[in-house]
Design a protein around this ligand. Structure first.
Ligand code: NDP
Length: 287
C-alpha cells in the first residue's frame, strides 16, 4: 500500500498563516519583524534558498533584506556586517547562508551573531540551551520535522528513531528533539557499519546525508515513517531527496516528499523564530 504523504507545503502555509496576527500586532506597535539574510558568493543553490526565504517572509508580513558579499570577501567584512546588523533595531533575525567560502571560518561567523537574533539557532548558546532541554531558538529543519510528525499524529514517545547524518544543523539537533520527546534515538554517519540493518529497525527513519537516493526500499521497515531532509538537483533537472521515493513509499507507512516536505517547513520555522525574536525584543525596555 502506498504511504501517506506528509505534506510540508500545506502545513508550512498554515504555520505562516498562524503568524499573521502576531506580525500584525507587532506592526501596530511599530515593530514589524525584520530578517536580514547574508549571502556570500555565487553558489546558485544558496541564492535560490535565500530568495525563497525572503519571499516567504514577505508573504508572512515579515520585512526581509538580503546582504550580498562577493565570493572573495574577507572574513572581517562579514564580521563587520554582522556587527552592524546586531546593532540594527529594525533587524530581529540574522541568518548567514551556509556554506561559506573557504577563507571564512563558519564557526567564528556563527558565534558573532547575537544569540537574541540567531533565528537559525546555530549559535553555541542556542545549541547549548537545546542540549539542556530549555531551548532558545531551535534550528528550523529539526523544528520543522517535529512539527510535521506532530501534525501527522506520528507517535514519537517510545518509537525507535534512526537518523542518518550527524551534522550540527540537522542530525544532532533533531536527535535531541526526538530524545526530549521520548524516542529511542540512533545517529548514523559515514563510518556506521551495517547501516541498512540499523535503518530497518526504525519506526521513524530520517535521512540527512546529502546522498541522493541513499535510502532504498530494503532499508525501510514496513509501515515506518520516513523523513527525507536531502535536497539535490538530479541530472534531469528534477529535485530529489536522500530517499528513493517511489519504491520506499510502497513500504513506508508515511513519507515526506521532496520537494514539498521538510524544505517548506524549515522556512516556516525560520519565520516563526524571527517573529518570536521580534516579540522578545519588543518586550525589552529600549536600551
Ligand atoms: P552534512 O554534509 O553537513 O552532513 C551529512 C551527514 O551525512 C554527515 O554526518 C555524514 O557523515 C553523513 N553521511 C554522508 N554519507 C553517508 C552515508 N553514505 N551513510 C551514512 N551517513 C552518511 O549535510 P547537512 O546535514 O547540512 O545536510 C544534509 C542534506 O540535507 C543535504 O542534502 C542538504 O542539502 C539537505 N538540507 C536540507 C534542508 C531542508 O530545509 N530540507 C536544510 C538543511 C540541509 P560524516 O559525519 O561521517 O561525514
Amino acid at each position: 500500500m502506498a504511504a501517506k504523504i506528509l505534506d510540508g507545503k500545506s502545513l508550512a502555509a498554515e504555520v505562516r498563516g498562524s503568524l499573521k496576527s502576531a506580525v500584525a500586532s507587532l506592526a501596530d506597535r511599530g515593530a514589524r519583524p525584520g530578517l536580514a539574510a547574508i549571502l556570500v558568493g555565487e553558489d546558485p543553490a544558496s541564492r535560490i534558498y535565500v530568495r525563497n526565504k525572503a519571499r516567504a517572509c514577505e508573504e508572512a508580513g515579515v520585512r526581509s533584506e538580503i546582504h550580498e558579499l562577493p565570493q572573495g570577501a574577507p572574513e572581517r567584512s562579514l564580521l563587520e556586517r554582522i556587527a552592524a546588523l546586531n546593532a540594527d533595531r529594525a533587524v530581529h533575525g540574522i541568518l548567514v547562508q551556509l556554506p561559506l567560502p573557504r577563507q571564512i571560518d563558519a564557526q567564528r561567523v556563527l558565534a558573532a551573531v547575537s544569540p537574541a537574533k540567531d533565528v537559525d539557532g546555530f549559535h553555541a548558546q542556542n545549541l547549548g540551551a537545546l542540549l539542556q532541554g530549555s531551548p532558545g531558538f531551535v534550528p528550523g529543519t529539526p523544528a520543522g520535522v517535529m512539527r510535521l510528525l506532530d501534525h501527522a499524529g506520528v507517535r514519537v514517545a517510545g518509537a525507535r528513531a534512526v537518523i542518518l547524518g550527524r551534522s550540527t544543523i540537522v542530525g544532532k539537533p533533531l536527535a535531541l528533539l526526538l530524545l526530549q520527546n521520548d524516542a529511542t534515538v540512533t545517529i548514523c554517519h559515514s563510518r556506521t557499519r551495517e547501516l541498512a540493518s540499523l535503518a530497518r529497525e526504525a519506526d521513524i527513519l530520517v535521512a540527512a546525508t546529502g546522498r541522493p537516493k541513499l535510502v532504498t526500499a530494503n532499508m525501510v521497515k514496513p509501515g515506518a515513517c520516513v523523513v527525507d531532509i536531502g535536497i539535490h538537483r538530479a541530472p534531469d533537472g528534477r529535485i530529489v531527496g536522500d530517499v528513493d521515493f517511489g519504491p520506499v513509499s510502497e513500504v513506508a507507512g508515511s513519507i515526506t516528499p521532496v520537494p514539498g516536505g521538510v524544505g517548506p517547513m524549515t522556512i516556516a520555522m525560520l519565520i516563526a523564530n524571527t517573529v518570536r525574536a521580534a516579540e522578545l525584543s519588543n518586550a525589552q525596555p529600549a536600551a
